[in-house]
Design a protein. Sequence first.
Length: 144
Amino acid sequence: MELDSLYQEVILDHYRNPHHKGLSGEFDVQVKHNNPSCGDEVTLNLSISNGVIKGISWDGVGCSISMASVSMMSDLVIDQQYSRAVEILNQFTSLMQSKGQSKGDEELLEDAVAFAGVSKFPARIKCALLGWMAFKDASSQAME
């Protein structure tokens, strides 16, 4: 199986079986983000305690890329120190801005390296970043 094929399967698996989907009633910050160019939207609830990401729950509608991406992001940052979560966010953002030139840091991004191919398609980058930008917004609000 080719690597691109495997990555497509990873994305589709997260789309079909999203992690942490379903809004929790317990949260410190709630944000809503949308991508006006395609209509994707996500609502994200975030809980932080003592600088540690304690919980993320989310709900949204959109393409497989945006929904799988928020699913993977939530897996990666829950139980992380805020500083480590920001490092993961920055690595993913860098991957998305690489125009297909980066494969991503698999140790840091785990399954999210599957989005490396998406970075070749400018119209889809906003889809992949939607949940990540919601997390960035929510976590910066929570840390204020």
